[in-house]
Design a protein. Structure first.
Length: 57
């Protein structure tokens, strides 16, 4: 299994961690970024998926 990636919202800095997912918004833990629906938005500021960039933490 490859290492989980993290993605940061370029608008507010919220971090999406593939290992944690976003269960409060229907994204199960372990969901890779490519499998997150294009209609999903940042739970902090409402930014679109296009406004996220992969980061190393």
């Amino acid at each position: 299994m490859s290492e989980a990636s993290t993605w940061m919202c370029l608008i507010c800095g919220w971090i999406y961690d593939e290992a944690a997912g976003d269960p409060e918004h229907g994204i199960a833990p372990g969901t890779v970024w490519a499998d997150v629906d294009m209609n999903w938005t940042c739970p902090e500021c409402g930014a679109r998926k296009d406004d996220f960039e992969m980061v190393r933490i």
